[in-house]
Design a protein around this ligand. Structure first.
Ligand code: CP
Length: 386
């Protein structure tokens, strides 16, 4: 089969009207996008992956600056942002947010105006404090849009959420792409366990489990959430998951234990996150710039986690899943020996790497649908050159 034939199922599934509606769009929450729009992104991402694996250059956004601000550590997302820009023919720039004037109190709107002036797309990670990250991104977007409007500039500078307090869209879109590949007959009816798991390393953000329950419920999946008492997720994300499950014909349930969530599951996604009340306490401590208070909250979160060391994805639990062969997923990095046993991690090493690799194509797709006119025709043309 040639590349045009391989790309055909993805390109033929792209609706021109849906694509048109994505022009200039930012990805701040997957919940802001319709299921059709998300499927369009997945189809564009799959085409980019196919072209990339065939060595076809995809320089659709040449002479652009793709700037990213990170207010937290990252390995995968930073390199995916840079990798996406390079593959699109743009120049990537990844900057530590704490090294910008935001640290000296420059407002998000002003930062947005300045970065939008100089760049053509902006990625932001701001995930540590509940109630702040997504709000920051929206204020940055208002700053960019205000600047462009004032100058009567027709160009758009889309923002891509590279993880906030609510959602991690490029991760969950990568996860969705991986699931679509692994389950080519469809995701409807598949059972996915999103479970808390023990971590001794740090109180991890809530955005990955929240993003997963909000996104995977849109495709008819049976999503089960499990966590120890006190590790709740944000109520609005729970409500969104319930609503999507009802609309898609899937389900969203909360299991009492990790075993219950894993029983008969087709996919398991066990990972840690911080205790909800302490994550809320962190908001006030951060506002007061109380660094000792923040350290004390982190110490108490890890102490709380230690009461739940039994929440591990291990060989016994994997045997509870559908035929004992559920797909193990993790956004990485995983705490080996705590969130997951060394054996399960080792068995899944390449599967996890392939899951992670989907992020570069998800970012390319988000930028391309927002910025490239006649994208479907251009992708078809690129496939024909292979
Ligand atoms: N999964 C993920 O977002 O990884 P990084 O924190 O390394 O970017």
């Amino acid at each position: 089969m040639n590349v045009v034939q391989q790309a055909a199922p993805f390109l033929e599934s792209i609706d021109e009207e849906v694509l048109k509606g994505l022009s200039g769009r930012s990805m701040l929450l997957t919940d802001d996008w319709s299921a059709e729009e998300i499927e369009t992104v997945c189809n564009v991402a799959a085409t980019f992956e196919l072209l990339d694996r065939q060595g076809v250059p995809t320089h659709l956004l040449t002479n652009e600056l793709h700037y990213a601000l990170f207010f937290d550590n990252s390995t995968r997302t930073k390199s995916s942002w840079a990798g996406a820009a390079a593959r699109l023919g743009a120049h990537p720039m990844v900057v530590d947010g704490s090294s910008t004037q935001v640290a000296h109190g420059e407002t998000a709107e002003e930062t947005g105006a300045m970065l939008g002036m100089n760049s053509h797309a902006l990625g932001v990670r701001h995930d540590l404090i509940l109630g702040e990250g997504n709000k920051f991104m929206r204020a940055v977007k208002a700053g960019i849009d205000g600047y462009l409007r004032d100058g009567h500039e027709s160009r758009s500078v889309p923002i891509v959420n590279l993880q906030c307090d609510i959602d991690h869209p490029t991760q969950t879109l990568a996860d969705l792409s991986w699931l679509r590949e692994r389950f080519p007959d469809g995701l409807a009816g598949k059972t996915m366990a999103v479970s808390w798991a023990y971590s001794p390393s740090y109180a991890k953000p809530l955005s990955v489990p929240q993003g997963l329950i909000m996104l995977m419920t849109r495709f008819g999946m049976k999503v089960r959430l499990a966590h120890p008492e006190g590790y709740d997720l944000m109520p609005e994300c729970m409500e969104s998951a319930k609503k999507h499950a009802a609309e898609s014909g899937g389900s969203f349930t909360v299991a009492k234990s990790m075993d219950e969530a894993f029983a008969g599951a087709d996919i398991v996604y066990p990972k840690s996150w911080g205790p909800y009340d302490l994550m809320l306490e962190r908001v006030e401590a951060n506002r007061r710039k109380d660094s000792e208070g923040m350290k004390d909250i982190e110490r108490r979160a890890l102490e709380r986690n230690r009461a739940h060391t039994g929440w591990i994805c291990d060989e016994r639990r994997m045997k509870l899943t559908n035929r004992g062969t559920a797909l193990y997923m993790h956004c990485l990095p995983a705490d080996i020996g705590a969130e997951v046993s060394p054996g399960i991690l080792e068995q899944s090493r390449f599967s996890l790497a392939r899951e992670a690799n989907k992020k570069v194509y998800a970012i390319m797709a988000l930028l391309a649908v927002a910025k490239v006119a006649a994208l479907r025709q251009k992708l078809h043309g690129l496939a024909a050159t292979a």
